[in-house]
Design a protein around this ligand. Structure first.
Ligand code: NAP
Length: 259
């Protein structure tokens, strides 16, 4: 299928590894010129070089913490008129409800709610003016099905989901489409680190921890960043114009429901 976005310009934040990189690669394969961000400059440059080499698109990089206003401004300066925006940032650490302080909540809200909102506020006016735009926010399965140890994530992403539910409907008539992509367990550094948490808590090996987590997924395995990226690219394509404010769950069937 031709996604119809060749030559468009897109921003993907937190994109040097994992799901963000998966989205960047799929957009590059569809011919989108990219502005990519992550904190670590080395991995970011390696990813950018690999994408330029493989897909022949232009890739600009902005190294820095996307939860800061200064880095968000740099990203927007590098791509002042994005057609496509994929928001992503690292997830908060696991823990226990009784341990989280106000500062922990503020950090999580900053990364997983206020940062994507600020990026949308920066990108949407231009998209509306030009009459075309696509936004995908990478959130989490925890929006639909809470993961108790990730209470900081559950809270922040629920807030973002509420914002998108209303805003996506306000901009839909202007050709601007906003949706959220909800990853279940995918094979990335983040998943490896959460495997480590289970390993410690249960006193089992890494392999056993991974096998136990995989057994909770009807597909029987972790998702792959490239599968995730392909769905993201579809949501950014010309075909998604009637898909407004949806929360698309990619979890191998882990969320057990009929509807
Ligand atoms: P990952 O493999 O750890 O990759 C995270 C990427 O984001 C890296 O490129 C990292 O590079 C960058 N990054 C992290 N914090 C950043 C920041 N403040 N500013 C700029 N870049 C930043 O993580 P992932 O598995 O792809 O997860 C992506 C998102 O999906 C996270 O919010 C995670 O909680 C969520 N999620 C993941 C899963 C899963 O199973 N993988 C499931 C549910 C939800 P630097 O460290 O160099 O900045």
């Amino acid at each position: 299928m031709d996604l119809g976005i060749r030559g468009r310009g897109g921003i993907v934040t937190a994109a040097s590894k994992g799901l963000g990189r998966g989205c960047a690669e799929a957009l590059a394969e569809a011919g989108v010129d990219l502005t990519l961000n992550a904190r670590g400059a080395e991995a970011l440059e390696e990813t950018a070089a690999a994408i330029r080499e493989k897909y022949g698109v232009a890739v600009t990089t902005v190294a820095g913490d996307i939860t800061t206003e200064a880095v968000r401004a740099e990203v927007m300066a590098a791509c002042p008129a994005p057609d496509i925006l994929v928001t992503n940032a690292g997830g908060p650490p696991p823990g226990l409800w009784s341990d989280w302080s106000r500062d922990d909540f503020v950090k999580a809200l900053d990364a997983n709610m206020l940062t994507p909102i600020a990026l949308m506020q920066a990108a949407l006016p231009g998209m509306i003016e030009r009459g075309w735009g696509r936004v995908v926010n990478i959130t989490s399965q925890s929006v639909k099905s809470p993961i108790a140890a990730l209470g900081l994530s559950n809270s922040a992403r629920a807030g973002l989901t509420g914002f998108v539910a209303g805003t996506s409907r306000q901009v839909a008539s202007k050709g601007v489409v906003i949706n959220n992509l909800l990853p279940g367990i995918h094979d990335t550094d983040r998943a490896t680190s959460l495997d480590g948490g289970v390993m410690k808590a249960e006193g089992i090996s890494r392999e056993e921890a991974r096998a136990r987590r995989a057994a909770t997924i009807p597909a029987g395995r972790y998702g792959r960043p490239e599968e995730f990226g392909a769905v993201c690219a579809f949501l950014c394509s010309r075909h998604s114009g009637f898909m407004i404010g949806q929360n698309v769950l990619l979890d191998g069937g882990a969320f057990n429901s009929t509807l």
